[in-house]
Design a protein around this ligand. Structure first.
Ligand SMILES: Nc1ncnc2c1ncn2[C@@H]1O[C@H](COP(=O)(O)OP(=O)(O)OP(=O)(O)O)[C@@H](O)[C@H]1O
Length: 236
């Protein structure tokens, strides 16, 4: 079922994830994230953050309960709905994951080619998102000719080029120095201000404490805190 006007773009109801070896990564999680929210996911190592993110990306399915993303129940989806779900999500990782032998332009355009967007639309959209991340002049560069921060900006451009409802970022500033991290956060703020929901897992205390956004803290597979304006909450 696709309900693009649903207010909750992410919903987890009584969700548990138990891996094959018996490890309980998530235990009875209940959350709703509304369209346009900016949410930090925090927690100590092994708390369950990656499992939470993997559920959102449908890399794993819940052992129990229901995960609904942009109106799709990720567990019992029709095959023809899967590309639509993917299109409603933009994903950014700590290690950028760019294609090394493609230029900046081609890395971003690739996300549109795989969904068979028309060439003219690709040209217009890629130029427009390269403007958003401030990399229009570097469109011909290859990833190894860019700094870490620039590579992450390409990854952001690629994540947003298909206009997703939700951007999921897993430790996007984990490899970056503080100043560059703030450049990335400025871009996220702008994307969020334009209406995109952002869910970001992070260990960066300064960023979480400064941004004053919703914070969901996970510990031992449980949500131990969910504050609409929160802080990091852990000593580092
Ligand atoms: N594929 C797997 N098979 C078995 N157990 C797993 C698997 N992935 C994670 N786990 C276990 O599930 C629990 C939660 O792990 P998860 O990776 O979600 O934590 P995390 O909060 O992302 O940690 P980190 O911050 O270190 O990445 C841990 O006890 C982990 O050992």
């Amino acid at each position: 079922m696709n309900s693009p006007h649903e207010i909750n773009v992410i919903k987890m109801k009584d969700v548990s994830k138990v891996y094959d070896n018996g490890a309980v990564a998530l235990d009875n999680i209940n959350i709703s994230i509304k369209r346009g929210e900016f949410v930090f996911i925090v927690g100590t190592s092994g708390a369950g953050k990656s499992s939470f993110i993997k559920l959102l990306l449908r890399e794993i399915t819940p052992t129990a309960g229901t995960v609904t993303i942009n109106g799709y129940n990720i567990k019992n989806m029709d095959n023809h709905d899967i590309p639509y779900l993917r299109r409603s999500l933009g994903v950014i990782f700590q290690d950028y994951r760019l294609l090394p032998n493609k230029t900046v332009y081609e890395n971003v355009a690739f996300a549109m080619r795989v969904i068979e967007s028309p060439r003219r639309l690709i040209l217009r959209s890629v130029n427009s998102v390269l403007d958003v991340v401030g990399l229009r002049e570097k469109y011909k560069c290859f990833p190894n000719q860019l700094s870490g921060g620039e590579q992450q900006r390409v990854a952001i451009a690629r994540a947003i080029v298909n206009n997703p409802a939700i951007v999921i970022a897993d430790e996007p500033t984990g490899n970056l120095d503080p100043e560059t991290s703030w450049e990335i956060m400025d871009i996220f703020q702008r994307i969020n201000a334009a209406g995109t929901t952002i869910v970001m897992a992070t260990h960066d205390k300064t960023i979480v404490d400064t941004m004053q956004k919703r914070v969901i803290a996970i510990e031992n597979g449980h949500i131990v805190r969910d504050e609409s304006i929160g802080g990091y909450g852990y000593e580092i």
